[in-house]
Design a protein. Structure first.
Length: 299
């Protein structure tokens, strides 16, 4: 698995099949949390000892040896198909972990949100094998630009959409710059709170397995040729990918499918059966999060 930490270097991306050229500018932060010690929790903001959190949850199978690379290596590998050697990184022996949350916050997330996320994550992997196999077969094939495919997934009666969204948002808190998402504290530490701060827009997509690689970008800025930009963070943990947009700091928001923000406004006890309709992302676009869920002819 690979984790990306973006620095302050802008990476220009040339136009391809009508898609405007753009670039990434990452916000500098220590996503590896080396030497964090007793610092501030990225959810509650309090000065407490920090504990390890598995992302995705350890119970999903995130308990094996992983190789973590520097941000520039991971970004080059992800965006430009450049080889990243395992011996260039350092190893974590018990899965992908982050030391950015305090014990109290970590335990609250585990007690209230993890089971819902784990259930959908594992159910999708087990019951949608044909879809995922098809994505893996197609991932290296050239696709018509702008054409999106979708998959529908029926959620069971006991599924809590609010808990799922809260777990995903907490993952972004844990992997973005310290202090950048403290406005999510009340939303995350009160399971019944349905007030995700209005500046966020959360999208979800289905991704090919990509050899098991995961990427956690932190906040970054996508630059468009007309001078506008979009601030976003993304998490790639196949078979799912998530993009979090900051609508307040962005000057342009791209039109994309897979918006699951409305699930954050469903009550804690709203567990009725619903259907998720998610864009599937294949080919080179799987390494281009700013294109996930792109509608035909959209920027």
């Amino acid at each position: 698995m690979t984790m990306a930490r973006l620095g302050t270097t802008a990476i220009r991306i040339t136009a391809h099949n009508g898609v405007p050229a753009g670039g990434f500018i990452g916000c500098p932060f220590d996503v590896y949390a080396r030497g964090m010690g007793n610092r501030f929790c990225r959810i509650c903001g309090e000065h407490k000892p920090l504990t390890l959190e598995h992302i995705p949850p350890r119970s999903t199978g995130n308990d094996h040896v992983v190789v973590v690379h520097r941000g520039d290596e991971a970004v080059m590998h992800s965006l430009f198909d450049m080889e990243v050697r395992d011996d260039d990184g350092y190893r974590q022996s018990h899965g992908m972990t982050f030391k950015t949350l305090c014990e109290d916050c970590n335990e609250y997330l585990g007690a209230n949100y993890v089971e819902t996320f784990k259930g959908l994550y594992l159910d999708f992997a087990h019951e949608s094998g044909d879809i995922l196999d098809g994505l893996d077969r197609d991932r290296n094939e050239s696709e018509t630009d702008g054409v999106e495919r979708y998959c529908e997934f029926d959620l069971g009666e006991g599924f809590r959409p609010l808990a799922f969204v809260k777990q995903v948002v907490s993952n972004f808190c844990a992997t973005t710059a310290p202090g950048s998402m403290l406005d999510c504290k009340d939303f995350l530490l009160d399971r019944g709170n349905i007030s995700l701060p209005a500046r966020y827009r959360l999208h979800m997509a289905v991704l090919p397995k990509l050899d098991g690689e995961s990427v956690f970008s932190g906040w970054m800025r996508v630059l468009f040729d007309d001078g506008t930009f979009c601030d976003m963070a993304f998490i790639r943990m196949p078979p799912f990918g998530f993009v979090l947009y900051d609508t307040e700091s962005s000057t342009y928001l791209p039109d994309r499918a897979g918006d699951i923000t409305p699930m954050s406004r469903m009550g804690w006890d709203e567990t009725g059966k619903i259907t998720l309709v998610l864009p599937t992302v294949t080919g080179r676009n799987a390494s281009r999060p700013y294109l996930w869920g792109r509608y035909q002819n959209a920027v």
